[in-house]
Design a protein around this ligand. Structure first.
Ligand code: ZN
Length: 308
């Protein structure tokens, strides 16, 4: 059965008032692999959402030790309520061992065997859904969810089988999350890179706002002179400092190249002329020469020139 078909089947059997919560827990599980959490937090979150989806009384995630070592408990909810510590641990571990040899999830009735020839049994009075965690042909561990003696979800055999298939689907997200964390390193790289990219986009937005704001400020002075060469030079130094701090340059009005706008004495102009000082392929070049402050367009400062 396709994943969406299973989802619809499960939603149909849930009271309409609970469907939204079911959908949000499912959506949360889909987002978990990419969340910026470490392995432990990821497993705890995964189990918590599954626990709610299944209206489970208890649940656990087990991982096999290195080199096919024994299973160890990685995350659990409500496990103490199962009464497993009254000599049932062994039977329970045998059931998990059997689950490790399976390639899909299954349901076990209270105090019953999963199959007639399995030789193992569910030692609790609860229905339990057990799913092997298989990733790329490798058995990593087990997820188990206890539905209670009279399940709130999974009231019929059909419905419980549906929930078993659904757990196989959810385990794929568990595998994704584990791959991104446990099999790599402690810190999940992929989500971190996504966060960096998002932050970079945000910073670009701020930069653009600064660029536009400075452009508006400078263009208030179009057509003006500050009365003397010295005043004009003082103004231009201030402008350049501000642009430098923000990684900006003024686009040359003639060729468009990023430039530093300077005011220099020239011929008979008392207040000097404004020149675009820039490096072109031919070397350091000056363009322009209006006697008043020109309309400017701001552009990013180019990378530092390499000395040849
Ligand atoms: Zn130019």
């Amino acid at each position: 059965m396709a994943d969406t078909a299973i989802l619809n089947e499960l939603l149909n059997r849930i009271a309409p008032s609970h469907r939204q919560a079911f959908r949000s827990d499912y959506e949360a599980i889909r987002q978990l692999p990419g969340a910026a959490t470490d392995l432990q937090k990821f497993l705890d979150d995964f189990l918590e959402h599954c626990h709610r989806l299944y209206a489970a009384t208890a649940g656990a995630i087990w991982f096999r030790g290195p080199n096919d070592g024994p299973l160890s408990l990685k995350s659990s909810v409500g496990f103490e309520r199962l009464g497993m510590n009254n000599g049932h641990e062994h039977a329970h571990l045998e059931l998990l061992g059997y689950a490790m040899s399976q390639n899909k999830a299954f349901v076990v009735k209270p105090f019953s065997a999963p199959a007639s020839d399995s030789g193992v049994a569910n030692p609790t009075d609860s229905f339990v859904v057990v799913a092997p965690i298989e990733d790329g042909g490798k058995q990593l561990g087990i997820v188990e969810l206890y539905l209670g003696p009279t399940p709130r979800r999974g009231k019929t055999v059909d419905e419980r089988n549906c929930y078993a298939m659904w757990l196989d689907h959810l385990v794929r997200y568990l595998c994704q999350g584990v791959e991104l964390r446990f099999l790599g390193s402690a810190a999940p790289l992929q989500p971190a890179l996504v966060n960096l990219a998002a932050t970079k986009a945000e910073i670009e937005g701020y930069k653009e706002a600064i660029r536009r704001s400075l452009e508006v400020t400078l263009n208030n002075y179009v057509g003006m002179s500050f009365g003397s060469l010295r005043n004009n030079q003082t103004f231009m130094r201030g402008v350049h400092e501000l642009l430098e701090e923000n990684g900006l340059r003024i686009a040359c009005a003639e060729c468009g190249a990023p430039s530093i706008l300077r005011c220099q004495s020239a011929g008979n102009s008392k207040t000097g002329v404004f020149l675009y000082d820039h490096y072109l392929e031919t070397g350091r070049t000056f363009h322009g020469g209006p006697s008043t402050f020109p309309r400017v367009r701001l552009v990013p400062k180019p990378p530092r020139r390499r000395s040849v």
